[in-house]
Design a binder for this molecule. Structure first.
Ligand code: AMP
Length: 220
């Protein structure tokens, strides 16, 4: 059975970090809508440039456009055995469409819960690779990416205090309702994302195995 995971959680809750680790461990792709949009912006495509203007202000892209992008991505061959979605869905409408796209396989939905003060601190100190988009180890003093040697930098939407705060507001208004949308499902779990990344990864792996067991009718 394909493993389809959705990582929910506010900005800087660790979705990207955990999605990479999980994707590597399970041999399935991590699909990050934020990374896809930043790549499109770097390539200078029409969608990318429009996305960049919205991202830099901490606003969301429209649902119709986002849904089309994800639909196309999930249809590619490498997603046939499953995927980890990072940053999608971000609205209830996106979640409803995702349910229609994955009718045959249960979605495993993980929420990473982190208090706002910690999120703001993480956004302020987070550094990412300008070449491969990898997220640098928090607190590390190195100026280059461990994965590809690219230059580490601050994300444009992390560098302005007002935008950082606004992203949390947008999350509360647009994305938090997703928790109510998914909460009643046996394949939904909330995890304390304020723990050390290794602890989060361990809890995540255990909970996913339990939930997949439940979903396929096995004893967990
Ligand atoms: P992220 O890297 O997930 O923090 O996403 C960065 C930015 O990309 C967000 O602040 C939005 O502007 C945009 N974005 C990413 N995913 C979505 C989505 N599912 N719906 C709307 N906008 C998105």
């Amino acid at each position: 059975m394909a493993l389809n995971v959705v990582m929910l959680g506010p900005p800087a809750s660790g979705k990207g970090t955990q999605a990479v680790r999980l994707a590597q461990a399970r041999g399935i792709p991590k699909i990050s809508t934020g990374d896809m949009l930043r790549e499109a912006a770097q390539r200078g495509t029409e969608v990318g440039l429009r996305a960049k203007a919205l991202m830099d202000r901490g606003e969301l892209l429209g649902d119709v456009e986002m849904i089309a992008i994800v639909k196309e991505r999930l249809a590619r061959a490498d997603a046939a055995q499953g995927y980890i979605l990072d940053g999608f869905p971000r609205t209830v409408r996106q979640a409803e469409e995702l349910d229609r796209m994955v009718q045959r396989n249960p979605l495993v939905v993980i929420d990473l819960a982190v208090p706002d003060v910690e999120l703001l601190k993480r956004m302020q100190t987070r550094r990412v690779c300008g070449t491969c988009a990898a997220i640098a180890e928090p607190g590390s003093a190195t100026a280059v990416c461990e994965r590809c040697g690219g230059e580490l930098m601050t994300r444009a939407d992390d560098s302005d205090e007002h935008v950082r705060q606004h992203r949390l507001e947008v999350y509360g208004r647009e994305s938090k309702p997703l928790l109510d949308y998914y909460r009643g499902r046996p394949t939904f779990q909330s995890i304390n994302g304020a723990q050390a990344p290794d602890m989060v990864a361990k809890e995540l792996a255990t909970k996913i195995d339990q939930m997949v067991g439940v979903a396929s009718g096995k004893r967990a």
